[in-house]
Design a protein around this ligand. Structure first.
Ligand code: M6R
Length: 368
């Protein structure tokens, strides 16, 4: 049942192309994005003047990625917040606020309470969920199911990629309804999304490399993760995976913050994973990251660089180079997250831990 693997998580990592395709299936029809499971009229989407994304853990990281896409495509302000913070604040919401509640299980207590809190203030709530009929979609105005299939591993993998894709569908539906993108632009963005399962399939060829690398870094006392733009949430997610599975100290940073503190942590032999943007898509950010890497390498860090295929400028600064296929900038998390999932799982396995059932954690957090 583990598809020949030692643990479910690796099977689920390998199912990601299919999970992504299933999430996207049926949502582009007659030249338009259709959120057919969504009980929300085009008019409702047109009236939205602000978006809040609320979620926990990995789902929250998918929300951070959504912010870059939704703001870019729709020019709507997007705030992304941990459900456990949102529900105890006094956020400014009204009937033109769209609250997107992201939850794989659909049962996370804090996210559910955030939904209730938002609805009490008349905001409209759209749930993004992987579990049919769960409590969060039941209490929301509308739901977009991810169709990633059941996830057994406590660590979210295929549902994370599916959430990212679902968030993009919401962003494109908003852009379409508000007219901030022409129909042919929406069609082009959707076509790019549809090409990502094949790109993710290609990234799976890095599994062996990550396995060897995992054995090399399994004894480190900490691992740092750096990224910029959409690579920043990817860095946060890479660090979360490592904490939860390998019980190692791991931190994700926005690379631009390095000089504001974290660089003091760099010491000889410390593994630092760097998520590079595309040299073509985001040339300025790319150059800045190259300079960040050279600084940490000069201080003795062991650099593990996730970069676009053919990115030669970064090669001299990468002690380990992990190449991922070129995809448009906003979609990069779909490919760059995958090697980090494998790295965390394989470090955990090397250290002798149960990859599918990490200590102290439950698949669905129904207590607060
Ligand atoms: O079911 P949910 O998506 O609401 O769960 C949220 C988090 O508990 C979850 O993503 C958690 O962080 C994962 N174990 C991470 O791998």
């Amino acid at each position: 049942e583990k598809g020949g693997h030692d643990y479910f998580m690796l099977k689920e990592i390998e199912e990601q192309p299919e999970a992504l395709a299933n999430t996207l299936r049926g949502h582009f029809d007659g030249g338009r994005i259709v959120l057919d499971e969504q009980r929300m009229a085009d008019q409702d989407l047109r009236d939205v003047d602000k978006v809040f994304v609320v979620a926990c853990g990995t789902a929250y990281h998918s929300g951070l990625i959504a912010k870059y896409a939704i703001e870019h495509w729709t020019r709507l302000p997007v705030e992304v917040e941990l459900a456990s913070e949102f529900r105890y604040r006094d956020p400014v919401l009204d009937r033109d606020t769209l609250v997107v509640a992201i939850s794989q299980s659909g049962e996370t207590a804090d996210t559910l309470e955030a939904v209730r809190h938002a609805r009490e203030q008349k905001a409209r709530v759209l749930a993004i969920c992987n579990t049919n009929g769960a409590q969060i979609p039941r209490e929301s105005d509308a739901v977009l199911y991810t169709h990633a299939g059941p996830e057994v591993g406590v660590a979210a993998t295929k549902t994370f990629l599916a959430q990212i894709a679902a968030n993009f569908l919401v962003g494109l539906a908003l852009a379409q309804a508000r007219g901030t993108k022409y129909p042919d632009e929406v069609a082009r963005e959707f076509a790019e999304l549809e090409a990502t399962p094949a790109a993710v399939q290609k990234v799976l060829s890095t599994v062996e490399h990550m396995r060897t690398l995992a054995r090399d870094v399994a004894d480190s006392k900490a691992v740092l993760f750096l990224g910029r733009h959409v690579g920043f949430p990817v860095a946060l997610e890479g660090a979360l995976k490592l904490k939860e599975l390998a019980y190692m100290h791991a931190e994700g940073f926005a690379a631009g913050e390095l000089k504001h503190g974290p660089i003091a942590l760099i010491e000889s032999g410390l593994p630092v994973v760097v998520v590079m943007p595309s040299p073509k898509g985001r040339a300025v950010l790319h150059a800045k990251l190259v300079s960040n890497i050279s600084e940490i390498q000069a201080r003795g860090a062991r650099t593990i660089v996730i970069a676009e295929e053919g990115d030669d400028t970064v090669r001299p600064f990468a002690d380990e180079l992990v190449e991922v296929p070129a995809v448009p900038t906003l979609l990069q998390p779909l490919v760059s997250s995958v090697p980090l999932q494998v790295l965390a799982a394989e470090i955990a396995r090397t250290r002798g831990y149960d990859v599918d059932k990490p200590r102290n954690l439950a698949k669905s957090v129904t207590v607060e």
